[in-house]
Design a binder for this molecule. Structure first.
Ligand code: EPU
Length: 337
């Protein structure tokens, strides 16, 4: 069913819980309903997709239409002795999908436990944590192409996935509305425990079963990351910056304990933005209603009553401080509207 809301408050539709409103929100259940919503001559103006609102910062009234998918079906498409492919509609909570996999002994999504957001958003920025990314399990993405008024799909390779990046942030930006995602999960164990404390935390729970890995990931996340129900935030506000190898090596010579990760390009390295912000002395910093989280400096928080503008002012302050101290530019991961 298609539902329309006008002059709608956004406070409960964005995990930063900022008080803004949207001119219009259109909610739909079935992909086919998009044909009607975008019928010639009736296209909503200045539209944007609002999923769970977990990676978005509203800095002003949204003068346009927010398109909000509401379909929540999970359908098994195929299965053999080795793997299972499932199609999941956009509005399913990402973590409900991970729990669904873990309950059925399906491997591949467990390291991505407890990431806030909806399944429809997972391919857009190729969500990732603890050495895994959504691209490792996505086999196909179904979307509606507004420009062509056509239902389309792309294979994993065609999505051009990279670190927090995909075709949906580039060529298809402003054009595609993701309606469902197909995932292929493995039936044989594939523990991926190489990141940080994950191996130790899993061992402490009795070894590498799917349930133990999920519990370990949830425990690590709950310890470091604020609960959006208590403290408005959008997870990592910044992306980890990718810099030239020479720049990274010069920094390593100065800061021996600096975390450093490989990047897809062998001539580049990925730095930990959280470490840079922390080292720059901003972890736990608070100004007015906003602040830098005191357990994970990559996360900006709304201490209550903040506007999106206040969060952005803090973000600029953090960027400037990091640039001054390290000469490195950190970019927002969150979509700022
Ligand atoms: N660090 C600090 N101080 C901090 C934060 C981090 O020194 O305040 C250091 C840590 O000690 C560690 C390194 O920086 O050596 C990396 O920290 P962490 O393992 O917490 O991961 P991250 O790089 O800060 C990324 C993702 C997170 C994801 C974690 C775990 C991005 C932008 N963020 O953070 O994703 O949970 O890895 O895999 O890539 C999100 O996207 O919303 C998110 C939370």
């Amino acid at each position: 069913m298609i539902k329309k809301y006008f002059d709608h408050p956004l406070r409960n539709l964005n995990s930063f819980h900022v008080e803004e409103r949207a001119d219009c929100i259109i909610e739909f259940d079935h992909a086919e309903e998009l044909d009607q919503i975008f019928a010639e001559g009736q296209e909503p103006e200045n539209w944007y997709v609002l999923g769970g609102g977990n990676n978005i910062l509203f800095t002003q009234r949204y003068a346009g239409t927010l398109i909000h998918p509401a379909g929540r079906n999970i359908t098994v498409l195929s299965e053999d002795a080795e793997q299972l492919t499932v199609e999941v509609e956009a509005a399913v909570e990402w973590d409900d999908f991970v729990a669904w996999c873990v309950e059925r002994e399906l491997w591949g999504a467990e390291n991505l436990s407890l990431i806030p957001g909806n399944v429809g958003a997972s391919p857009v920025q190729n969500i990732g944590a603890y050495g895994a990314e959504a691209k490792d399990v996505i086999s196909r993405v179904h979307y509606y192409d507004v420009t062509q008024r056509k239902h389309c799909s792309l294979t994993n390779e065609e999505c051009h996935f990279a670190y927090r990046d995909s075709i949906f942030k580039r060529e298809l930006r402003g054009r595609a509305i993701i309606t469902s995602v197909e995932f292929t999960l493995s039936k044989s164990p594939k523990p991926n425990l190489g990141y940080g404390d994950l191996a130790r935390e899993t061992e402490e729970r009795g070894g590498a079963t799917l349930g133990n890995i999920r519990d370990a990931v949830c425990a690590i996340r709950r310890h470091k990351l604020p609960d959006t129900a208590v403290l408005g935030n959008a997870g990592s506000f910044f992306k980890n910056p990718i810099v030239d190898k020479d720049v990274a090596e010069a920094m390593m010579a100065k800061y021996e304990n600096m975390p450093l990760y490989p990047a897809a390009d062998p001539e580049k390295r990925k730095l930990a933005a959280g470490w840079l912000i922390d080292k720059a002395g901003m972890k736990g910093y608070r100004t007015g209603n906003v602040g830098v989280h005191d357990r994970q400096a990559l996360v900006l928080v709304n201490h209550g009553g903040a506007t999106g503008g206040e969060v952005m002012a803090l973000a600029h302050q953090v960027q400037e401080r990091v640039a001054e101290m390290f000469g490195v530019k950190i970019e927002a991961e969150v979509n700022v509207l």
